[in-house]
Design a protein around this ligand. Structure first.
Ligand code: NAD
Length: 488
């Protein structure tokens, strides 16, 4: 009997195409199968890369920055026209609150195309004059050119936001794109292919392939010799594998990887704002944001009071289905990821943690018990070298520890293989500037978190990544600069 479930296909050379191998798209809310997805093999990857190369030789390769900016604006408008479909797709794959999908995920998808359209129109090259030995006035200028074919590999935690954050600047700079979204979240990416098709980009300028990483679409794409640059968001270990693939042919990479981020609360902070801020930074999206705070350091005079208030706040968070009134937290992305998080809960017990709250699975007594839920969880009492304090859990959990001095907290924040971001809560801006300079991270938030001006650089140090994207930093990664020196 033919299945009534939607079949998500690849988008290659301007057409939606199916492939024989399939996998299931599973709802994290209750574990039900919500769709079938085609899995790309080497053949589909070869066709997608060939189409992308052909687009470089054709109209897309000859397009002007203004024409591409117009195309990006058409894509943004097309997402807006189908806004609620995107919201439904994002919510079906991730189980996140509807409100978050509307105000963050899909809204940012639109903004990503708009902001890079504007940026690329204004992106000029450099111009320099000099006097040559023959006395002539020589001038040099730079041309901004695409790399050619860019592979975009994206994760499941903020699917549309993170995919468009890379696809938009890659297209703005004139590259052809072959994108592979996470196998966990294929739906909004497929809709993106539909709206890009509607927006009338030349065939091959944007291609979408579905599948897994190792031995599947991700590996075939990143190993493909005709891919000129790779941009990846995901786990640090996957980044290492992709970097090895990119070494062949010395291809450029941009990596946004994991984090084990710190929030630091000074005793002079606005207490209620700091508690609300840490609740947000630890539990937003069920802790599945690379920027989430899994380590919280609180200045000793307010430590006990802070832990009590954070516990009360975490216990008030409403866990539930996307469309439930006032819901704060949905499920994790999958049962497999939930099991990984629960393994960390068990490890934390073994490492001597006190569970201030949480540590288990909520029981609903309905279909949701087949889903991927965990309770918001707070630990105290772990040593700085505990694995649970050093390794990224990527779930709704934080460890809270007291500290006594600025030098001490700087040392502990920086004692990490990761270095993505830190959040600092204080009324003393002098101390905030001094600490921000000393934290070994790519981004520091003071009295806020997750607030982004899209023109600012985004990225981390150490295991958290290579390079910066955002605003002109994205344009720099997605283009090759050629210097032309003219002696008239
Ligand atoms: P992941 O590394 O498992 O997968 C990410 C993508 O890479 C998926 O599309 C996957 O199919 C693909 N992939 C996996 N193995 C591959 C391989 N060998 N070759 C090519 N592609 C491969 O990551 P995830 O679990 O989807 O995402 C969660 C991780 O992403 C967390 O570590 C989180 O911190 C990180 N993240 C970082 C940022 C950032 O901006 N720094 C943002 C979001 C998420």
């Amino acid at each position: 009997m033919p299945s009534s479930l939607p079949l998500l296909r690849h988008y290659i050379d301007g057409e939606f195409v199916a492939s024989a191998k399939r996998f299931s798209n599973i709802s994290p809310v209750d574990g039900s199968v919500i769709g079938e997805v085609c899995e790309a093999g080497q053949d589909e990857i070869d066709r997608a890369v060939a189409a992308a190369q052909a687009a470089q030789a054709g109209a897309w390769g000859r397009s002007s920055a203004n024409e591409r900016a117009d195309a990006l604006l058409r894509i943004a408008a097309a997402i807006e026209r189908r806004f609620e479909e995107f919201v439904a797709a994002e919510v079906a794959d991730t189980g996140r609150p509807l409100k978050q999908a509307r105000t963050l995920d899909v809204a940012r998808g639109v903004q990503n195309f708009r902001s890079f359209a504007e940026l690329v129109r204004q992106a000029g090259g450099e111009f320099h004059e000099m006097r040559a030995l023959d006395g002539n006035d020589v001038f040099s200028y730079t041309l901004r050119k695409p790399h050619g074919v860019v592979a975009v590999i994206s994760p499941w935690n903020l699917p549309l936001l993170l995919l468009t954050w890379k696809v938009a600047p890659a297209l703005a700079c004139g590259n052809s794109v072959v994108a592979k979204p996470s196998e966990e979240t294929p739906s909004s990416a497929t809709l993106l292919a539909e709206v890009i098709h509607e927006a009338g980009l030349p065939a091959g300028a944007f291609n979408l392939v579905h599948g897994f990483g190792p031995g599947s679409a991700g590996e075939f794409l990143t190993r493909h010799p005709e891919v000129d640059a790779i941009t990846f968001t995901g786990e640090s270990r996957t980044g290492e594998t992709i970097m090895r693939a990119a070494a062949t042919g010395v291809r450029e990479v941009s990596f946004e990887l994991g984090g084990k981020n710190a929030a630091v609360v000074l005793a002079d902070a606005d207490f209620d704002k700091a508690v609300a801020g840490v609740l947000r930074s630890s539990f937003t999206n069920s802790g599945q944001v690379c920027l989430c705070s899994e380590r919280v350091y609180v200045e000793r005079p307010i430590f006990e009071r802070f832990v009590t208030a954070l516990k009360a706040g975490a216990e008030k968070l409403k866990i539930g289905c996307p469309d439930e009134e006032g819901v704060d937290m949905g499920p994790l992305i999958s049962r497999a990821h939930r099991d990984k998080v629960l393994d960390y809960f068990a490890l934390a017990r073994g490492e001597g943690a006190s569970f201030v709250t949480g540590g288990g699975v909520p029981r609903f007594g309905d279909a949701r018990d087949g889903g991927a839920w965990v309770q918001p969880t707070i630990w105290t009492g772990l040593a700085d070298d505990a694995r649970c304090v050093r390794e990224e859990v990527f779930g709704p959990v934080c460890h809270v520890a007291p500290f006594d001095a600025d030098d001490e907290v700087v040392r502990r924040v920086n004692d990490s293989d990761y270095g993505l971001c830190a959040a600092l809560w204080t009324r003393d801006l002098g101390r905030a500037h001094a600490l921000s300079r000393r934290f070994r991270v790519g981004m520091v938030w003071v009295n806020t978190w997750f607030l982004r001006d899209l023109r600012t650089p985004f990225g981390g140090v150490g295991l958290s990544g290579i390079g910066r994207e955002g605003g002109r930093h994205s344009l720099d990664f997605y283009s090759e600069l050629t210097t032309v020196c003219v002696n008239p």
